[in-house]
Design a protein around this ligand. Structure first.
Ligand code: ATP
Ligand code: MG
Length: 550
Protein backbone atom coordinates (compact mmCIF):
# COMPACT_ATOMS: atom_id res chain seq x y z
CA UNK A 1 0.00 0.00 0.00
CA UNK A 2 1.53 3.30 -1.06
CA UNK A 3 0.78 6.36 1.07
CA UNK A 4 1.98 9.87 0.80
CA UNK A 5 3.48 10.26 4.25
CA UNK A 6 4.46 13.62 5.73
CA UNK A 7 5.35 14.42 9.32
CA UNK A 8 2.69 17.16 9.43
CA UNK A 9 -0.12 14.79 8.47
CA UNK A 10 1.17 12.22 10.95
CA UNK A 11 1.12 14.80 13.75
CA UNK A 12 -2.44 15.80 12.82
CA UNK A 13 -3.46 12.12 12.63
CA UNK A 14 -2.01 11.47 16.09
CA UNK A 15 -3.85 14.50 17.48
CA UNK A 16 -7.08 13.21 15.91
CA UNK A 17 -6.54 9.74 17.34
CA UNK A 18 -5.63 11.10 20.78
CA UNK A 19 -8.35 13.74 21.03
CA UNK A 20 -8.97 13.16 24.75
CA UNK A 21 -5.28 13.35 25.57
CA UNK A 22 -4.86 16.53 23.55
CA UNK A 23 -7.86 18.16 25.24
CA UNK A 24 -6.43 17.21 28.66
CA UNK A 25 -3.11 18.83 27.68
CA UNK A 26 -4.86 22.06 26.62
CA UNK A 27 -6.81 22.06 29.88
CA UNK A 28 -3.65 21.51 31.97
CA UNK A 29 -1.75 24.23 30.03
CA UNK A 30 -4.41 26.94 30.40
CA UNK A 31 -5.28 25.83 33.93
CA UNK A 32 -1.63 26.06 35.03
CA UNK A 33 -1.29 29.58 33.55
CA UNK A 34 -4.43 30.90 35.27
CA UNK A 35 -3.82 29.21 38.61
CA UNK A 36 -0.21 30.50 38.73
CA UNK A 37 -1.55 34.06 38.53
CA UNK A 38 -3.80 33.76 41.56
CA UNK A 39 -1.58 33.00 44.62
CA UNK A 40 0.26 36.39 44.54
CA UNK A 41 -3.13 38.16 44.42
CA UNK A 42 -4.37 36.22 47.47
CA UNK A 43 -1.06 36.94 49.21
CA UNK A 44 -1.46 40.67 48.44
CA UNK A 45 -4.92 40.54 50.02
CA UNK A 46 -3.60 38.81 53.15
CA UNK A 47 -0.71 41.29 53.60
CA UNK A 48 -2.90 44.30 52.96
CA UNK A 49 -5.24 42.93 55.64
CA UNK A 50 -2.35 42.55 58.11
CA UNK A 51 -1.02 46.06 57.43
CA UNK A 52 -4.54 47.45 57.94
CA UNK A 53 -4.60 45.71 61.34
CA UNK A 54 -7.21 43.07 60.37
CA UNK A 55 -6.98 39.48 61.51
CA UNK A 56 -5.54 36.99 59.10
CA UNK A 57 -8.36 34.94 57.68
CA UNK A 58 -7.67 31.19 57.80
CA UNK A 59 -9.72 30.65 54.65
CA UNK A 60 -7.45 33.03 52.70
CA UNK A 61 -4.37 31.21 53.94
CA UNK A 62 -5.91 27.91 52.97
CA UNK A 63 -6.88 29.29 49.57
CA UNK A 64 -3.31 30.50 49.06
CA UNK A 65 -1.86 27.05 49.73
CA UNK A 66 -4.56 25.30 47.73
CA UNK A 67 -3.87 27.50 44.71
CA UNK A 68 -0.14 26.81 45.00
CA UNK A 69 -0.86 23.07 45.17
CA UNK A 70 -3.25 23.29 42.22
CA UNK A 71 -0.64 25.14 40.12
CA UNK A 72 1.94 22.49 40.97
CA UNK A 73 -0.50 19.71 40.13
CA UNK A 74 -1.54 21.24 36.79
CA UNK A 75 2.08 21.88 35.79
CA UNK A 76 3.02 18.29 36.65
CA UNK A 77 -0.03 17.02 34.74
CA UNK A 78 0.95 19.15 31.73
CA UNK A 79 4.48 17.70 31.69
CA UNK A 80 3.26 14.14 32.18
CA UNK A 81 0.57 14.34 29.49
CA UNK A 82 2.97 16.01 27.05
CA UNK A 83 5.47 13.20 27.57
CA UNK A 84 2.76 10.60 26.87
CA UNK A 85 1.70 12.46 23.73
CA UNK A 86 5.34 12.79 22.61
CA UNK A 87 5.82 9.03 23.06
CA UNK A 88 2.73 8.26 20.98
CA UNK A 89 4.04 10.56 18.27
CA UNK A 90 7.49 8.95 18.38
CA UNK A 91 5.96 5.49 18.19
CA UNK A 92 3.86 6.40 15.15
CA UNK A 93 6.81 8.08 13.41
CA UNK A 94 9.27 5.26 14.01
CA UNK A 95 6.77 2.63 12.81
CA UNK A 96 6.08 4.62 9.64
CA UNK A 97 9.81 5.07 9.00
CA UNK A 98 10.34 1.31 9.33
CA UNK A 99 7.35 0.63 7.08
CA UNK A 100 8.74 3.07 4.52
CA UNK A 101 12.18 1.47 4.75
CA UNK A 102 10.63 -1.88 3.86
CA UNK A 103 9.03 -0.39 0.76
CA UNK A 104 12.10 1.41 -0.62
CA UNK A 105 13.55 0.41 -3.97
CA UNK A 106 16.76 -1.64 -3.69
CA UNK A 107 18.61 1.27 -5.20
CA UNK A 108 17.43 3.58 -2.41
CA UNK A 109 18.20 0.97 0.24
CA UNK A 110 21.75 0.72 -1.12
CA UNK A 111 22.15 4.48 -1.04
CA UNK A 112 21.27 4.76 2.67
CA UNK A 113 24.34 5.18 4.82
CA UNK A 114 23.79 3.21 8.05
CA UNK A 115 24.86 6.17 10.23
CA UNK A 116 22.49 8.57 8.48
CA UNK A 117 19.65 6.07 8.66
CA UNK A 118 20.16 5.59 12.40
CA UNK A 119 20.16 9.37 12.93
CA UNK A 120 16.85 9.57 11.01
CA UNK A 121 15.27 6.89 13.23
CA UNK A 122 16.75 8.08 16.51
CA UNK A 123 17.93 11.72 16.52
CA UNK A 124 15.44 13.24 14.08
CA UNK A 125 12.44 11.45 15.61
CA UNK A 126 13.60 12.62 19.06
CA UNK A 127 13.63 16.23 17.86
CA UNK A 128 10.00 15.84 16.75
CA UNK A 129 9.16 14.40 20.18
CA UNK A 130 10.90 17.36 21.82
CA UNK A 131 8.81 19.66 19.66
CA UNK A 132 5.85 18.63 21.81
CA UNK A 133 7.46 17.90 25.16
CA UNK A 134 9.59 21.06 25.30
CA UNK A 135 8.84 23.04 22.15
CA UNK A 136 5.59 24.35 20.76
CA UNK A 137 3.27 23.73 23.72
CA UNK A 138 5.75 24.99 26.33
CA UNK A 139 6.45 28.03 24.16
CA UNK A 140 2.74 28.76 23.89
CA UNK A 141 2.37 28.29 27.65
CA UNK A 142 5.35 30.52 28.41
CA UNK A 143 4.18 33.26 26.02
CA UNK A 144 0.71 33.18 27.63
CA UNK A 145 2.30 33.29 31.08
CA UNK A 146 4.35 36.38 30.20
CA UNK A 147 1.35 38.17 28.68
CA UNK A 148 -0.97 37.31 31.56
CA UNK A 149 1.55 38.40 34.22
CA UNK A 150 2.10 41.67 32.35
CA UNK A 151 -1.67 42.16 32.19
CA UNK A 152 -2.08 41.59 35.94
CA UNK A 153 0.86 43.91 36.73
CA UNK A 154 -0.69 46.56 34.44
CA UNK A 155 -3.64 46.82 36.82
CA UNK A 156 -1.45 46.77 39.92
CA UNK A 157 1.57 48.86 39.01
CA UNK A 158 1.57 50.54 35.65
CA UNK A 159 5.14 51.83 35.98
CA UNK A 160 6.50 48.32 36.47
CA UNK A 161 4.81 47.20 33.23
CA UNK A 162 6.80 49.86 31.34
CA UNK A 163 10.04 48.85 33.11
CA UNK A 164 9.43 45.21 32.23
CA UNK A 165 8.54 46.01 28.61
CA UNK A 166 11.94 47.67 28.26
CA UNK A 167 13.81 45.05 30.22
CA UNK A 168 12.33 41.81 28.88
CA UNK A 169 13.68 42.16 25.31
CA UNK A 170 17.15 42.73 26.77
CA UNK A 171 16.73 39.69 29.03
CA UNK A 172 15.63 37.63 26.04
CA UNK A 173 18.56 38.80 23.92
CA UNK A 174 21.05 38.08 26.72
CA UNK A 175 19.58 34.61 27.33
CA UNK A 176 19.73 33.73 23.62
CA UNK A 177 23.31 34.98 23.39
CA UNK A 178 24.37 32.79 26.32
CA UNK A 179 22.40 29.78 25.07
CA UNK A 180 23.82 30.00 21.55
CA UNK A 181 27.37 30.23 22.87
CA UNK A 182 26.83 27.39 25.29
CA UNK A 183 25.32 25.21 22.58
CA UNK A 184 28.17 25.79 20.15
CA UNK A 185 30.68 25.11 22.96
CA UNK A 186 28.85 21.90 23.86
CA UNK A 187 28.81 20.72 20.23
CA UNK A 188 32.52 21.52 19.95
CA UNK A 189 33.18 19.65 23.15
CA UNK A 190 31.20 16.61 22.01
CA UNK A 191 33.13 16.58 18.75
CA UNK A 192 36.48 16.91 20.53
CA UNK A 193 35.57 14.19 23.05
CA UNK A 194 34.48 11.94 20.16
CA UNK A 195 37.80 12.47 18.40
CA UNK A 196 39.81 12.01 21.58
CA UNK A 197 38.04 8.79 22.51
CA UNK A 198 38.29 7.49 18.94
CA UNK A 199 42.01 8.26 18.98
CA UNK A 200 42.78 5.73 21.73
CA UNK A 201 41.39 2.58 20.03
CA UNK A 202 42.76 3.81 16.70
CA UNK A 203 46.24 4.09 18.23
CA UNK A 204 45.91 0.64 19.79
CA UNK A 205 44.67 -0.88 16.55
CA UNK A 206 47.58 0.53 14.57
CA UNK A 207 50.19 0.27 17.31
CA UNK A 208 52.58 -1.89 15.26
CA UNK A 209 52.52 0.48 12.29
CA UNK A 210 52.98 3.44 14.66
CA UNK A 211 56.07 1.81 16.22
CA UNK A 212 57.47 0.83 12.81
CA UNK A 213 57.09 4.37 11.43
CA UNK A 214 58.13 5.98 14.75
CA UNK A 215 54.91 7.99 14.91
CA UNK A 216 54.47 7.82 18.72
CA UNK A 217 55.15 11.53 19.23
CA UNK A 218 52.75 12.47 16.42
CA UNK A 219 49.96 10.37 17.92
CA UNK A 220 50.61 11.93 21.34
CA UNK A 221 50.50 15.43 19.88
CA UNK A 222 47.21 14.70 18.11
CA UNK A 223 45.72 13.41 21.34
CA UNK A 224 46.89 16.57 23.14
CA UNK A 225 45.24 18.72 20.46
CA UNK A 226 41.92 16.88 20.81
CA UNK A 227 41.78 17.02 24.60
CA UNK A 228 43.01 20.65 24.49
CA UNK A 229 40.02 21.55 22.29
CA UNK A 230 37.70 19.74 24.64
CA UNK A 231 39.07 21.67 27.67
CA UNK A 232 38.69 24.97 25.84
CA UNK A 233 35.10 24.20 24.94
CA UNK A 234 34.37 23.09 28.52
CA UNK A 235 35.82 26.33 29.84
CA UNK A 236 33.54 28.34 27.55
CA UNK A 237 30.51 26.38 28.74
CA UNK A 238 31.54 26.84 32.39
CA UNK A 239 32.07 30.59 31.87
CA UNK A 240 28.59 31.18 30.48
CA UNK A 241 27.07 28.83 33.03
CA UNK A 242 28.78 30.72 35.83
CA UNK A 243 27.81 34.23 34.74
CA UNK A 244 24.23 33.59 33.68
CA UNK A 245 22.54 33.01 37.05
CA UNK A 246 24.26 35.91 38.87
CA UNK A 247 23.35 38.31 36.02
CA UNK A 248 19.68 37.22 36.14
CA UNK A 249 19.55 37.39 39.95
CA UNK A 250 21.13 40.86 39.94
CA UNK A 251 18.70 42.03 37.28
CA UNK A 252 15.80 40.64 39.28
CA UNK A 253 17.02 42.37 42.44
CA UNK A 254 17.69 45.62 40.56
CA UNK A 255 14.14 45.72 39.12
CA UNK A 256 12.63 45.04 42.55
CA UNK A 257 14.85 47.69 44.20
CA UNK A 258 14.09 50.33 41.56
CA UNK A 259 10.34 49.71 41.72
CA UNK A 260 10.34 49.75 45.53
CA UNK A 261 12.37 52.98 45.61
CA UNK A 262 10.06 54.64 43.12
CA UNK A 263 6.98 53.47 45.02
CA UNK A 264 8.39 55.13 48.12
CA UNK A 265 9.06 58.37 46.26
CA UNK A 266 7.35 61.54 47.43
CA UNK A 267 6.68 62.73 43.87
CA UNK A 268 3.00 62.58 42.95
CA UNK A 269 3.58 61.80 39.30
CA UNK A 270 5.95 58.97 40.09
CA UNK A 271 3.49 57.61 42.63
CA UNK A 272 0.76 57.64 39.97
CA UNK A 273 2.78 55.05 38.12
CA UNK A 274 4.59 53.20 40.89
CA UNK A 275 2.55 53.69 44.04
CA UNK A 276 1.23 50.51 45.67
CA UNK A 277 0.22 48.92 48.93
CA UNK A 278 2.51 46.58 50.91
CA UNK A 279 0.47 43.59 49.77
CA UNK A 280 0.73 44.59 46.12
CA UNK A 281 4.48 45.05 46.61
CA UNK A 282 4.80 41.44 47.75
CA UNK A 283 2.66 40.26 44.83
CA UNK A 284 4.74 42.34 42.39
CA UNK A 285 8.02 40.87 43.71
CA UNK A 286 6.50 37.45 43.24
CA UNK A 287 5.40 38.24 39.67
CA UNK A 288 8.80 39.67 38.73
CA UNK A 289 10.54 36.41 39.61
CA UNK A 290 7.75 34.46 37.87
CA UNK A 291 8.12 36.40 34.63
CA UNK A 292 11.90 35.87 34.37
CA UNK A 293 11.63 32.05 34.15
CA UNK A 294 9.41 31.85 31.01
CA UNK A 295 11.58 34.46 29.24
CA UNK A 296 14.63 32.26 29.92
CA UNK A 297 12.76 29.15 28.71
CA UNK A 298 11.62 30.86 25.48
CA UNK A 299 15.19 30.79 24.14
CA UNK A 300 15.54 27.03 24.59
CA UNK A 301 12.09 26.47 23.12
CA UNK A 302 13.00 28.42 19.99
CA UNK A 303 16.13 26.27 19.71
CA UNK A 304 14.08 23.07 20.10
CA UNK A 305 11.60 24.19 17.45
CA UNK A 306 14.42 25.09 15.04
CA UNK A 307 16.08 21.70 15.36
CA UNK A 308 12.68 19.97 15.13
CA UNK A 309 11.98 21.77 11.85
CA UNK A 310 15.32 20.54 10.49
CA UNK A 311 14.48 17.01 11.76
CA UNK A 312 11.01 17.11 10.18
CA UNK A 313 12.56 18.23 6.90
CA UNK A 314 14.99 15.28 6.91
CA UNK A 315 12.24 12.78 7.81
CA UNK A 316 10.03 14.17 5.03
CA UNK A 317 12.91 13.73 2.59
CA UNK A 318 13.10 10.08 3.65
CA UNK A 319 9.33 9.66 3.28
CA UNK A 320 9.56 11.10 -0.24
CA UNK A 321 12.06 8.45 -1.44
CA UNK A 322 10.86 6.29 -4.30
CA UNK A 323 9.14 3.04 -3.37
CA UNK A 324 9.12 -0.31 -5.09
CA UNK A 325 6.35 -0.70 -7.62
CA UNK A 326 3.97 -3.46 -6.82
CA UNK A 327 1.51 -4.52 -9.40
CA UNK A 328 -1.03 -6.91 -7.94
CA UNK A 329 -2.53 -7.43 -11.40
CA UNK A 330 0.55 -9.44 -12.26
CA UNK A 331 0.38 -12.75 -10.50
CA UNK A 332 2.80 -15.57 -10.95
CA UNK A 333 1.10 -18.01 -13.25
CA UNK A 334 0.78 -21.54 -12.04
CA UNK A 335 3.10 -23.63 -14.14
CA UNK A 336 2.40 -27.30 -14.78
CA UNK A 337 4.90 -29.69 -13.33
CA UNK A 338 5.42 -30.90 -16.89
CA UNK A 339 8.10 -28.99 -18.72
CA UNK A 340 6.50 -25.98 -20.35
CA UNK A 341 7.54 -24.91 -23.80
CA UNK A 342 8.16 -21.26 -22.86
CA UNK A 343 11.44 -20.46 -21.04
CA UNK A 344 11.35 -20.34 -17.26
CA UNK A 345 13.76 -17.40 -17.22
CA UNK A 346 14.19 -15.03 -20.11
CA UNK A 347 16.43 -11.97 -20.51
CA UNK A 348 15.19 -10.10 -23.59
CA UNK A 349 17.64 -7.52 -24.92
CA UNK A 350 18.30 -6.23 -21.40
CA UNK A 351 20.26 -3.04 -20.83
CA UNK A 352 20.91 -2.04 -17.21
CA UNK A 353 23.27 0.13 -15.23
CA UNK A 354 23.63 1.63 -11.78
CA UNK A 355 23.35 5.42 -12.13
CA UNK A 356 25.36 6.45 -15.19
CA UNK A 357 27.43 3.28 -15.29
CA UNK A 358 25.98 0.77 -17.79
CA UNK A 359 26.75 -2.79 -16.71
CA UNK A 360 24.69 -4.95 -19.07
CA UNK A 361 24.04 -4.06 -22.70
CA UNK A 362 21.54 -5.82 -24.96
CA UNK A 363 21.83 -9.06 -23.03
CA UNK A 364 19.59 -11.93 -24.14
CA UNK A 365 19.50 -15.49 -22.89
CA UNK A 366 16.97 -17.94 -21.63
CA UNK A 367 16.84 -20.85 -19.23
CA UNK A 368 14.27 -23.62 -19.53
CA UNK A 369 12.36 -25.11 -16.63
CA UNK A 370 14.55 -27.63 -14.77
CA UNK A 371 17.68 -26.56 -16.62
CA UNK A 372 20.94 -25.88 -14.79
CA UNK A 373 23.22 -23.14 -16.10
CA UNK A 374 26.34 -21.33 -14.93
CA UNK A 375 27.01 -17.66 -15.63
CA UNK A 376 30.69 -17.09 -16.33
CA UNK A 377 32.56 -13.89 -17.06
CA UNK A 378 35.21 -11.53 -15.78
CA UNK A 379 34.90 -9.86 -12.42
CA UNK A 380 32.66 -6.82 -12.69
CA UNK A 381 30.97 -8.15 -15.85
CA UNK A 382 27.58 -8.00 -14.13
CA UNK A 383 26.89 -11.62 -13.12
CA UNK A 384 25.63 -10.76 -9.61
CA UNK A 385 23.65 -7.92 -11.21
CA UNK A 386 21.82 -10.48 -13.37
CA UNK A 387 20.70 -12.33 -10.23
CA UNK A 388 19.54 -9.03 -8.64
CA UNK A 389 17.48 -8.30 -11.75
CA UNK A 390 16.00 -11.79 -11.56
CA UNK A 391 15.12 -11.26 -7.90
CA UNK A 392 13.22 -8.16 -9.03
CA UNK A 393 15.40 -5.85 -6.94
CA UNK A 394 16.06 -3.63 -9.96
CA UNK A 395 14.23 -2.90 -13.17
CA UNK A 396 16.06 -3.02 -16.52
CA UNK A 397 16.45 0.31 -18.31
CA UNK A 398 15.36 -1.34 -21.51
CA UNK A 399 14.35 -4.85 -22.53
CA UNK A 400 12.64 -7.31 -20.19
CA UNK A 401 13.54 -9.77 -17.45
CA UNK A 402 10.80 -12.38 -17.48
CA UNK A 403 10.09 -15.29 -15.22
CA UNK A 404 7.69 -17.52 -16.98
CA UNK A 405 6.50 -14.58 -19.01
CA UNK A 406 6.03 -12.25 -15.99
CA UNK A 407 8.36 -9.29 -15.38
CA UNK A 408 10.57 -10.14 -12.36
CA UNK A 409 9.73 -6.86 -10.58
CA UNK A 410 6.00 -7.60 -10.77
CA UNK A 411 6.16 -10.82 -8.78
CA UNK A 412 4.40 -10.40 -5.43
CA UNK A 413 6.68 -10.40 -2.38
CA UNK A 414 4.98 -13.38 -0.74
CA UNK A 415 5.60 -15.50 -3.85
CA UNK A 416 9.28 -14.75 -4.08
CA UNK A 417 10.50 -17.17 -1.44
CA UNK A 418 8.64 -20.07 -3.03
CA UNK A 419 10.09 -19.10 -6.37
CA UNK A 420 13.74 -18.30 -5.61
CA UNK A 421 16.26 -19.83 -3.28
CA UNK A 422 19.14 -17.36 -3.20
CA UNK A 423 22.52 -18.42 -1.85
CA UNK A 424 25.39 -15.95 -1.65
CA UNK A 425 29.12 -16.11 -1.08
CA UNK A 426 28.69 -15.69 2.64
CA UNK A 427 25.92 -16.35 5.11
CA UNK A 428 23.87 -13.51 6.55
CA UNK A 429 22.84 -14.43 10.05
CA UNK A 430 19.49 -13.20 11.40
CA UNK A 431 18.95 -12.75 15.15
CA UNK A 432 17.49 -15.93 16.63
CA UNK A 433 17.89 -19.69 16.76
CA UNK A 434 19.34 -22.13 14.23
CA UNK A 435 15.76 -22.89 13.17
CA UNK A 436 15.17 -19.18 12.53
CA UNK A 437 18.20 -19.13 10.21
CA UNK A 438 16.50 -21.77 8.07
CA UNK A 439 12.89 -20.55 8.23
CA UNK A 440 13.65 -16.82 8.29
CA UNK A 441 10.69 -16.56 10.72
CA UNK A 442 8.35 -17.93 8.03
CA UNK A 443 5.70 -19.73 10.09
CA UNK A 444 4.44 -21.64 7.07
CA UNK A 445 7.70 -23.61 7.09
CA UNK A 446 7.15 -26.43 9.59
CA UNK A 447 9.82 -27.78 11.96
CA UNK A 448 9.86 -30.95 9.88
CA UNK A 449 10.45 -29.00 6.67
CA UNK A 450 13.33 -27.08 8.31
CA UNK A 451 14.89 -30.31 9.60
CA UNK A 452 14.39 -31.97 6.24
CA UNK A 453 16.23 -29.11 4.53
CA UNK A 454 19.10 -29.41 7.01
CA UNK A 455 19.20 -33.18 6.52
CA UNK A 456 19.36 -32.70 2.75
CA UNK A 457 22.49 -30.59 3.15
CA UNK A 458 24.03 -33.02 5.67
CA UNK A 459 23.97 -30.47 8.50
CA UNK A 460 21.19 -32.04 10.57
CA UNK A 461 23.56 -34.16 12.67
CA UNK A 462 25.83 -31.21 13.55
CA UNK A 463 22.79 -29.18 14.59
CA UNK A 464 21.41 -31.96 16.81
CA UNK A 465 24.78 -32.17 18.58
CA UNK A 466 24.42 -28.54 19.69
CA UNK A 467 23.33 -27.99 23.30
CA UNK A 468 19.78 -27.04 22.38
CA UNK A 469 19.72 -28.47 18.87
CA UNK A 470 17.58 -26.40 16.51
CA UNK A 471 16.67 -24.06 19.39
CA UNK A 472 20.29 -22.98 19.96
CA UNK A 473 20.71 -19.24 19.66
CA UNK A 474 23.01 -18.49 16.73
CA UNK A 475 26.37 -16.80 17.23
CA UNK A 476 29.04 -16.30 14.54
CA UNK A 477 31.34 -18.93 16.08
CA UNK A 478 28.65 -21.66 16.17
CA UNK A 479 29.57 -23.12 12.77
CA UNK A 480 32.55 -23.30 10.43
CA UNK A 481 32.54 -21.38 7.13
CA UNK A 482 31.55 -24.50 5.19
CA UNK A 483 28.76 -25.29 7.67
CA UNK A 484 27.40 -21.76 7.35
CA UNK A 485 27.24 -22.29 3.59
CA UNK A 486 25.39 -25.56 4.12
CA UNK A 487 22.97 -23.68 6.39
CA UNK A 488 22.56 -21.13 3.62
CA UNK A 489 21.60 -23.90 1.20
CA UNK A 490 19.22 -25.36 3.79
CA UNK A 491 17.63 -21.91 4.11
CA UNK A 492 17.15 -21.76 0.34
CA UNK A 493 15.80 -25.34 0.18
CA UNK A 494 13.40 -24.99 3.16
CA UNK A 495 10.83 -23.00 1.18
CA UNK A 496 10.99 -25.60 -1.60
CA UNK A 497 11.67 -23.00 -4.31
CA UNK A 498 11.30 -23.62 -8.03
CA UNK A 499 14.64 -22.07 -8.81
CA UNK A 500 18.04 -21.77 -7.10
CA UNK A 501 20.22 -18.70 -7.63
CA UNK A 502 23.76 -19.34 -6.44
CA UNK A 503 26.36 -16.60 -6.34
CA UNK A 504 29.92 -17.82 -5.78
CA UNK A 505 28.80 -20.04 -2.97
CA UNK A 506 32.09 -21.93 -2.69
CA UNK A 507 34.46 -19.00 -3.25
CA UNK A 508 35.61 -18.86 0.39
CA UNK A 509 36.00 -22.60 0.91
CA UNK A 510 38.93 -25.01 0.59
CA UNK A 511 38.71 -27.83 -1.99
CA UNK A 512 37.52 -30.46 0.51
CA UNK A 513 34.76 -28.31 2.00
CA UNK A 514 33.81 -27.18 -1.50
CA UNK A 515 33.24 -30.83 -2.43
CA UNK A 516 30.96 -31.27 0.62
CA UNK A 517 28.96 -28.15 -0.25
CA UNK A 518 28.68 -29.09 -3.94
CA UNK A 519 27.54 -32.53 -2.89
CA UNK A 520 24.79 -31.00 -0.73
CA UNK A 521 23.91 -28.66 -3.56
CA UNK A 522 23.53 -31.52 -5.99
CA UNK A 523 20.88 -33.10 -3.72
CA UNK A 524 19.03 -29.78 -3.28
CA UNK A 525 19.30 -28.82 -6.97
CA UNK A 526 17.72 -32.03 -8.15
CA UNK A 527 14.59 -31.30 -10.28
CA UNK A 528 15.07 -27.56 -9.90
CA UNK A 529 16.05 -24.79 -12.25
CA UNK A 530 19.50 -23.56 -11.19
CA UNK A 531 21.38 -20.43 -12.20
CA UNK A 532 24.79 -20.37 -10.61
CA UNK A 533 27.82 -18.11 -10.78
CA UNK A 534 31.27 -19.48 -10.24
CA UNK A 535 34.78 -18.53 -11.25
CA UNK A 536 35.96 -22.02 -10.41
CA UNK A 537 35.42 -24.50 -13.19
CA UNK A 538 35.13 -27.26 -10.56
CA UNK A 539 31.93 -25.65 -9.25
CA UNK A 540 30.20 -25.11 -12.59
CA UNK A 541 26.86 -26.71 -13.26
CA UNK A 542 25.28 -27.52 -16.64
CA UNK A 543 25.37 -25.15 -19.61
CA UNK A 544 27.74 -22.15 -19.37
CA UNK A 545 26.49 -18.71 -20.40
CA UNK A 546 29.33 -16.30 -21.01
CA UNK A 547 28.67 -12.72 -19.79
CA UNK A 548 30.85 -10.18 -21.55
CA UNK A 549 32.05 -7.11 -19.65
CA UNK A 550 30.55 -3.94 -21.07
P1 ATP B 1 32.34 -10.44 -9.48
O1 ATP B 1 32.70 -11.59 -10.35
O2 ATP B 1 33.56 -9.73 -9.03
O3 ATP B 1 31.42 -10.79 -8.37
P2 ATP B 1 30.13 -9.45 -11.03
O4 ATP B 1 30.20 -9.90 -12.43
O5 ATP B 1 29.24 -10.16 -10.10
O6 ATP B 1 31.59 -9.38 -10.43
P3 ATP B 1 28.56 -7.14 -10.35
O7 ATP B 1 28.63 -7.31 -8.89
O8 ATP B 1 27.30 -7.49 -11.01
O9 ATP B 1 29.76 -7.90 -11.06
O10 ATP B 1 28.91 -5.62 -10.66
C1 ATP B 1 28.97 -5.10 -11.97
C2 ATP B 1 29.34 -3.65 -11.90
O11 ATP B 1 28.31 -2.93 -11.28
C3 ATP B 1 30.59 -3.36 -11.13
O12 ATP B 1 31.33 -2.40 -11.86
C4 ATP B 1 30.13 -2.78 -9.83
O13 ATP B 1 31.03 -1.79 -9.40
C5 ATP B 1 28.81 -2.15 -10.22
N1 ATP B 1 27.86 -2.25 -9.09
C6 ATP B 1 27.44 -3.35 -8.48
N2 ATP B 1 26.53 -3.08 -7.52
C7 ATP B 1 26.36 -1.73 -7.55
C8 ATP B 1 25.53 -0.83 -6.82
N3 ATP B 1 24.70 -1.24 -5.87
N4 ATP B 1 25.63 0.49 -7.12
C9 ATP B 1 26.46 0.93 -8.07
N5 ATP B 1 27.25 0.13 -8.80
C10 ATP B 1 27.22 -1.19 -8.56
MG1 MG C 1 29.47 -11.02 -8.18
Amino acid sequence: MKRNLRVKTMILDTIKMQKGLFAAILFAVTGAIISALLPPLVLARIIDGITAGDEVSASFLLLYFLLLALTGFLEAAREGLLTVFGQKMTHALRSSLMEKFGRLTSDNVNRQEPGMLVSRFVGDVDTVENLFTSGIVSMFADACKIISILAVIWFRNRGLTFVLLVLLPFLFWFTRHVQKNMLSAQIENRRAVGRASGHVPETLHNIRTIHCLKKEAYMEEQYDIYIGRSYQAMERTNFYDAIYSPVILTLNAAVVAVVMLLSASGNKNVLMLFGMSAGTAVAVINYISQIFTPVESLGMEIQTIQSAIAGIHRINEFFALEERTENPAWQMKQVDTDRTPIPFVEFKDVTFGYDEHTVLQHLSFSVMDGEQVTLAGRTGAGKSTILRLLLGLYEPQSGAVLIHGVPAVAIADEKRRRLFGYVEQSFHMVPGTVRDQITLYDTTISDEAAQMAARLTGLDEAIRELEKGYDTICTPELFSQGQWQLLSIARAAAANPRMLLLDEITANLDAKTEAVVLDALERVANHRTVISISHRTSARLGRVIQIEAN
